[in-house]
Design a binder for this molecule. Structure first.
Ligand SMILES: [Fe+2]
Length: 245
């Protein structure tokens, strides 16, 4: 009779199947600040599948000061999580790319023509520092394009130094960069100003992809429960078009 006390005040079931795939997740254990064990990877993949994803691309950090990941470390990790997911009976497709921090090492890799791990369509997921702007963001993005790749900037809404001149976002897009929003920015996980910028960028039509940027199961639980459906269903994210590539 006290059932109502335990009723979870949750909006309707989260269904992300219209997105098709997640393009940003830290689900390879032990190689960045994401999950630490294979069990945690499988737990996250299980949750992703139950949220409706049919495909996920693991994107470990490549940030030379902290995470010296290479195609080798990442693809070994991919093989491990694919096997564990199969053994757990999961059916979602799992691939790997990387989230490249734009540092000297990244520029060196570009210059040397080293292999970059990409999202479908030779898209390179890149991130910028959170605290201070890079002097040469624009040049580096041009450089990526000149090398035959397509830059996708991870969570543009989180670089608060851009807020003083929001026109920069449109300039990045005009330059050939695609922008990837984090789902949790639609809730208030990163704070009110990030949330506001996320909505502004959506309203301006500047966002191409949306990702979980999930590092642990709690992020997926928050995504499941946060107030995001209005935006997720009304904005034409392009994730599903990558499913076939
Ligand atoms: Fe990330």
């Amino acid at each position: 009779m006290l059932n109502w006390l335990f009723h979870k005040d949750k909006q309707k079931e989260t269904d992300l199947s219209h997105l098709g795939m997640d393009v940003h997740a830290h689900i390879i254990p032990g190689i960045d600040d994401g999950v630490e064990t294979l069990e945690q990877s499988v737990e996250m993949l299980t949750k992703m599948q139950s949220l409706g994803y049919k495909r996920v691309v693991a994107t470990p950090h490549v940030m030379w000061d902290c995470y010296k990941n290479t195609p080798d470390t990442i693809l070994h990790g991919l093989a491990d999580i694919r096997l564990a997911a199969k053994q757990a009976g999961l059916t979602l497709k799992i691939d790997a790319a990387a989230e490249y921090f734009i540092d000297e090492h990244f520029v060196e890799m570009l210059n040397n023509g080293e292999q970059l791990l990409t999202l479908p369509g030779k898209r390179v997921l890149v991130e910028l520092p959170y605290s201070t702007p890079l002097m040469n963001t624009s040049e580096t993005l041009f450089h990526i394009i000149a090398k035959g790749y397509r830059p996708v900037l991870a969570h543009p809404e989180r670089y608060t130094y851009f807020y003083a001149d929001p026109a920069v976002y449109k300039k990045l897009c005009d330059q050939g960069c695609e922008l990837q929003l984090n789902i949790l920015s639609l809730g208030h996980y990163y704070g009110e100003s990030v949330h506001k910028m996320a909505i502004t960028l959506l309203k301006q039509g500047l966002i191409t992809f949306i990702g979980t940027d999930s590092h642990r199961i709690q992020h997926l639980d928050l995504i499941d429960n946060c107030d995001k459906n209005k935006w997720l269903t009304s904005y034409p994210f392009q994730n599903k078009f990558l499913l076939q590539e």
